[in-house]
Write a protein that binds this ligand. Structure first.
Ligand code: GDP
Ligand code: IMO
Ligand code: MG
Length: 417
């Protein structure tokens, strides 16, 4: 494997991107997150230690790579401070290794409240956000009133903050003290200053003399444009987001790794054709420990939906697959895979464009034989025959080769095909 790579989730997030980025990052000089904020939760287990990363790219755990919070991200400095402290407490130096784009947008403290208030007002139409203020931050960015990291040093900062504060007062119907918000922002300079950089210059330096890995957060089905709108996040995890959110030329990306779980999960509201609210869903949730890294919410679970993943491949153009959590299916007698949908009684083989259509979908399944154990296996030859059949079925259906198979949460529980 040579060149720069992109790692993107092919489902509704939590596919195990963090584990895979950590596994790959030893071969990369720079690991860049290109979108999202602390709505993400990327869990990495190394040598018995668990790291839950929300803002800092998962390449930080291996000691080789430098990591960059890209220009497409939205950053809440107190959350960043917490993460930096945790890493330092675990013996991982952040100075000189962590960098933050001066073009990334700042999340204001009242964005969380705005996020929650909107959810409350939406009642049964709520999205089930992570309440991290991600939507309000991207909205301010699109409205051209956002404050970027580099703007904390703008001599006209106070006037710009006033515009943001006034908009929030208007929506929340309560007073917010401009002075206290302004002082808070000034105090955030201290957190950010050691790490801020012009990320475009940095990326272009690394393009010339190193290898870059771009780490996606969320997943294709949560993409603002290509996901199950409106039940999506407010950024673009798709490769377009990686180009816009870093400034890397698209021709520089050689390999796109599409990460998918061996089954499907989703946190929050929105259509989920293969959701299983019975025994199977319970099994997957319990064995897969399907509780959110960020909000600790129970994830909804169901069988693998290959119609949805095929759709995700069309947009991501992933040329290598990474299958995670195959061990969660261990000791199941039969395993189902969704290969078609029924829409109004008619068979379709594509992922409909609208959530209201997806709500009406009935999945059509094929049933495969289960296997005994894959957990902890690190050599392809040691996988049970039926697990190999399952993987081949996925490769054939998706017409894309599998590069890595993850059989457990530890770095070592990984098969390189
Ligand atoms: P991300 O958001 O895509 O990085 O994924 P999360 O970290 O939110 O969720 C994936 C969860 O599954 C984490 O708790 C990982 O430690 C865990 N995990 C990753 N790969 C495997 C695997 O192959 N098997 C098992 N059992 N757990 C895994
Ligand atoms: P990682 O990177 C799973 C979901 C939320 C909600 C929707 C919008 O760990 O895979 P937001 O707070 O972004 O406005 O919420 O998106 N969501 C995620 N689901 N994994 C994530 O990140 C997610 N980030 C946001 O649950 O449905
Ligand atoms: Mg996650």
């Amino acid at each position: 494997m040579k060149g720069n790579v992109l790692v993107v989730g092919l489902q509704w997030g939590d596919e195990g991107k963090g584990k895979i980025v950590d596994f790959l990052s030893k071969n990369f000089d720079l690991v860049v997150r290109y979108q999202g904020g602390h709505n993400a939760g990327h869990t990495v287990y190394v040598e018995g230690k668990r790291f839950a990363l929300h803002l800092i790219p998962s390449g930080i755990i291996n000691r080789r790579s430098k990591v960059l919070l890209g220009s497409g991200m939205v950053v809440y400095p107190p959350a960043l401070q917490k993460e930096l402290d945790l890493l330092e407490a675990n013996g991982i130096n952040t100075r000189g290794r962590v960098f933050i784009s001066d073009r990334a947008h700042i999340i204001f403290p009242f964005y969380r409240e705005l996020d929650q208030e909107r959810e409350k007002r939406a009642r049964d139409k709520r999205i089930g956000t992570t309440s991290r203020g991600i939507g309000p931050a991207y909205e301010a960015k699109a409205a051209r009133v956002g404050i970027r990291v580099g703007d904390l040093w703008d001599p006209n900062l106070k006037e710009r903050v006033e515009i943001v504060v006034k908009r929030a007062i208007h929506e929340l119907g309560k007073n917010i003290e401009l002075e206290s918000i302004y002082s808070l922002l000034i105090s955030w300079r201290k957190i950010l200053e050691p790490y801020v950089t012009d990320s475009l210059q940095m990326i272009h330096r690394f393009r010339e003399r190193g290898r870059i890995l771009l780490e996606g957060a969320q997943g294709l089905l949560l993409d603002l444009d290509w996901g199950t709108y409106p039940y999506v996040t407010s950024s673009n995890p798709s490769p377009g987001g990686a180009i816009v959110g870093t400034g890397i030329p698209f021709k520089d990306i050689e390999t796109v790794f599409g990460v998918m779980k061996a089954y499907t999960t989703r946190v929050g509201e929105g259509p989920f054709p293969t959701e299983d609210r019975g025994q199977v869903g319970k099994w997957l949730a319990e064995k897969g420990k399907e509780y959110g890294t960020t909000t600790n919410r129970a994830r909804r679970c169901g069988w693998l939906d290959l119609v949805a993943v095929k759709y995700a491949l069309k947009i991501t153009c992933a040329n290598k697959l990474v299958i995670t959590k195959i061990d969660v299916l261990d000791s199941m007698e039969k395993i189902k895979v969704c290969t078609k949908y029924l829409l109004n009684g008619e068979e379709i083989d594509f992922f409909p464009s609208s959530s209201w259509m997806l709500e009406a979908i009935e999945p059509v399944y094929e049933t495969l034989e289960g296997w005994d154990k894959t957990h902890g296996i690190s050599k392809i030859g040691n996988l049970p025959k039926n697990a190999i059949r399952y993987l081949e079925f996925i490769e054939d259906f998706l017409q894309t080769k599998i590069a890595f198979i993850s059989t457990g949460e530890n770095r070592a529980d990984t098969i390189e095909k």
